[in-house]
Design a protein around this ligand. Structure first.
Ligand SMILES: CC(C)(COP(=O)(O)OP(=O)(O)OC[C@H]1O[C@@H](n2cnc3c(N)ncnc32)[C@H](O)[C@@H]1OP(=O)(O)O)[C@@H](O)C(=O)NCCC(=O)NCCS
Length: 294
């Protein structure tokens, strides 16, 4: 993704996403907000003219959710991500820790097929912001994740570890390196090996392998509802460092008017009050104020 260099100054960064655009057959632009409000975001969205805007912001800016719903015609709440961090210099290994005996190997191109397989089984029922958007109904997350994991094998600034139980591939962990900070990208355990401590074993190995390779910190994101991962990370010395909300704005969906004209109409129709309240003769005698809302 290419950041728009002019945009970061306003507390928002815009990234055109070629991979997502190709895959979804739409112009997808991602907007990451750090400190900005709805006004600058609206302007930036208009200047980038996306079909789909994926907007991510820290969850303490939760008021933006309502502002987005008020400002755009088709808004989808995507997901909530919790970011965890561990300072490998500060945290010592817990005593009396039963080490889970997993074999480990750094993935190479010859493991692509095995990786595709493990990603497919690990993420078969996985739901995130893409699956909540009704406009992306036919979208299959698996090939996108397979491509993402393959890229972590071939990119110099990324790595992917494979984990084996009794010589059978059961899990993986891919990460991006930025100096001494390693960022977890995707990880998973195949269903047949779940609930027996494999992921905990993976996280323990990752901490020690990354530390040996020069990492001082590991940062990783997890969906709010992914309880097993929270349990493992908290137990292994990670702390919550941030949290983010992801929203989708489906734009230019029904016709091709430039957004400023179409949204202009929408804003007018939302904000203007009807000149004369319409008489609703059939319901004019309904009681007011005692309707149930739950
Ligand atoms: C999330 C995932 C990695 C967990 O792997 P796992 O090997 O089953 O995890 P563990 O066995 O180490 O379990 C960790 C803890 O969560 C608990 N747990 C695991 N699955 C659970 C479930 N479905 N419901 C409730 N608790 C669960 C375990 O009992 C364990 O708790 P304990 O240490 O108190 O016994 C695996 O389910 C998975 O691959 N999911 C799909 C992909 C994914 O979510 N990847 C991670 C984010 S990218």
């Amino acid at each position: 993704m290419k950041p728009d260099p002019a945009s970061g100054k306003q507390g928002i960064t815009a990234f055109f996403s070629p991979t997502e655009s190709n895959r979804l057959n739409k112009r997808v632009v991602r907007f990451t907000i750090t400190s900005s409000g709805i006004g600058p975001l609206r302007k930036l969205i208009e200047s980038h003219y996306p079909d789909l805007a994926i907007v991510r912001f820290p969850s303490h800016k939760v008021d933006l959710v309502n502002e987005l719903y008020r400002s755009f015609p088709e808004v989808v709440f995507g997901d909530c991500l919790v970011e965890y961090m561990i300072d490998l210099e500060q945290v010592s290994a817990p005593k009396n820790q039963d080490d889970f005996d997993l074999g480990v190997l750094e993935a190479e191109e010859m493991h692509f097929e095995a990786l595709d397989h493990i990603v497919m089984y690990s993420f078969s029922n996985y739901k995130n912001h893409y699956s909540r958007n009704p406009r992306l109904k036919g979208f299959d997350l698996i090939p996108a994740y397979q491509e993402w994991v393959r890229a972590s094998v071939t990119s110099l600034d990324k790595t992917c570890l494979l984990f084996f139980y009794d010589d059978i591939l059961c899990g993986f962990f891919s990460a991006e390196k930025a100096g001494t900070v390693y960022r977890g990208l995707l990880s998973g355990v195949i269903p047949a090996y779940r609930r027996s401590g494999v992921f905990r074993g993976i996280i323990r190995s990752v901490k020690s392998i990354f530390h040996q390779n020069g990492a001082t910190k590991i940062v990783t994101n997890v969906l709010l509802e992914n309880r097993p991962v929270h349990k493992v990370l908290l137990g292994e010395g990670f702390v919550i460092s941030n949290s983010f909300l992801t929203m989708h704005l489906n734009l230019r969906t029904s016709h091709t008017l430039p957004p400023s004209r179409r949204w202009g109409k929408t804003f007018r129709s939302i904000t203007s009050t009807p000149r004369r309240p319409r008489l609703r003769s059939r319901h004019a005698d309904l009681p007011v104020g005692n309707t149930k809302t739950d």
